[in-house]
Design a protein around this ligand. Sequence first.
Ligand code: ADP
Ligand code: MG
Length: 732
Amino acid sequence: MSGTTLIRKEVLLKIAANSKVEIMNNFESPSKTFGSNTFDDKVMREMLPKDVYNKLRDTIKKGQKLDLSIANAVAHAMKEWAMSKGVSHYTHWFQPQTGSTAEKHDAFLEYDENSVIERFRGSQLVQGEPDASSFPSGGARTTFEARGYTMWDPSSPAFIMEGPRGGILCIPSVFISYTGEALDKKTPLLRSMDTISKSALKILKLFGNNTATRVLTTIGTEQEYFLIDKAFYALRPDLMITGRTLIGAKPPKGQQMEDHYFGSIKERVLDFMQDAEAELYKLGVPAKTRHNEVAPHQYEIAPIFAEANVGADRNHIIMEVLKKTANRHGLALLLHEKPFAGVNGSGKHNNWSIADSEGNNLLDPGDTPEENLQFLVFLTAVLRAVYKHSSLLRMSIASSSNDHRLGANEAPPAIISVFLGEQLSKILNDIKEGKPSNATKQFIIDLGIDKLPSIMRDYTDRNRTSPFAFTGQKFEFRAIGSSASVSMANTVLSAAVADSLDLLHDEINDKVKGGMEFNAAVLQVIKKHIIETEPIRFEGNNYSEEWAKEAEKRGLPNIKRSAYAFDALKDKNNVEMLTRQGVFKPSEIEGRYNIKVEQYITSLEIEVETLNNLLKTHIIPCVISFKSQLLENIRNVKELGTTLPKDSAEPEMSILKKLNENLQLVIAGLSKLESSLAKASALNDHSKKAKFFADNIVDIMDEIRKPCDALEMIVPDDLWTLPKYEEMLFIM
Ligand code: ADP
Ligand code: MG
């Protein structure tokens, strides 16, 4: 048959023949190579003059700006170190609002008289000036005023990304406009870390802790992803262009057997993972856990947690290294939230906590009654933050791709709620009812203070269905998409918690000033907010329909399509909180709103066009080929006439009928899609346009998919040009 058909078959045979793995056994223990490609403390100590080193160390520890007087010395040392590792170029590595990272390479190259030398100046280390006009700003800048600056974030170590002919020195940076507006995702994240630090320190002071100098936000991101053979990827334009399969019939065996989760890892995949981890170790990324996920060919990697900005950088590094390594291994890495319909999608669990500069986790109940009480203040602040600003959290995970996963019975729904576990819920209920907790044996710590409950330390309670769960010493925000940057989610979360900590602080302080005993004042304030925030707490199955109904009764929003979630950035309470906390300026919030809406529309437009092309150049021609085969058969039967039994063409006729029915549905769907698109493009208001896409076009695409997938089950396998689910998900 046609050439394309042959390609798919050839690819299948080739993959089957090539999937052998060479055993190399050249493993290096992580401790030997860890951080060898990072300009870390050890290198700095070795390479910098002592006074410069001390100043830089101070800058990093206190989260301050770099003292320009030492920049030249630091830049020189960095260059020498990088060149000793075969590096010729550097880049300010930053996170524009496109969702990925950006880099523009510059050589350490300068003219000195008539010869060329390698030089890297302090000013180049500290500040770069990329042409910012091509990065989204959401209207914050006009093109003629396109200057933007990247500035080194010294608290995240510079690193070398290895390349085929030498590496690139990457300098983690922020990206701001000429007028000082944040054009990136990192600047607001850093601001949120500062503000929560200040607010948390005030609470610590209330409790008599005067030694802590800073409070750190910590995050650990569990990254899910799919791997498929690159040859399949190359044959699926939808995967290549949109990241997901826009059509594809479900295989007879998907994940029903539940035999993939924590299953033994295939050698080809293990080879990939070990290779990627080796590179991550060199980059100072402490990759700790790897396992098979629920869906076939779905996996997870999780590093040990770090400070939020470093953790966010590392998550970007992880995604980049996985992508590069997959490519080297003839594999395609799929980071989309839902590459395969009907099969589990991928997310990114964001474990979040706060710790003081002495290393005490502030979401750890602690060992003494005072620590327990302090823990309850932080816990209540988180509850209030989520309760008051759940719409911001929903916004922070919003994208057209994550819409396919949220609420699709393997991921938390779009309803934001908090899971605390039985013990903690009981304690909060006791406080609410003002009764002393009758300490059972399960409560390990007896508080001994009258009226105060005891808190169990070791949390084994798990509720995998909750979008925001307390998992002992940390909260786990599970609704972030696998392809997303974690910056926005952590920024709004930390800002909202800081805002609640401020309020709790002031309320406690007022009561104490009014003469109330400290513990009593704290309890009274906590009690008020426990009652206030009760609707946000949910301990049951978040995937169930009953929860959706119950949540509605409680007045919790259930925003299924992201086009509506962006509105949180227009909400007065949210804007006031974010600006009060100094995390965003109003113009920056507006810019982000515009960018998110535009990105939503654009990604759907791309999907529509890709679907259109797939249907017209793959599906419809395949169906027509089969149709002509059938018609020829029918004609042959008719020509033979009476020599054959009367109903000889009946089977062909009935297949033809089904074929036609589905084909007509596809074509009708296409024209519906076209007329809807025309309506959409007539809308000038981009917010209305995004909502129009959400309310109309997304559903039409789903509708078209049904007859397509039915056709895939009717058309002969050797006529079907696109790799099928069972091939992509089971052959490697
Ligand atoms: P799970 O059962 O969800 O897999 P793990 O204990 O494996 O939980 O932790 C998952 C992630 O949470 C890891 O990245 C881990 O480093 C991170 N984590 C642990 N403690 C903290 C913390 N205090 N702050 C932020 N992240 C943390
Ligand atoms: Mg987890």
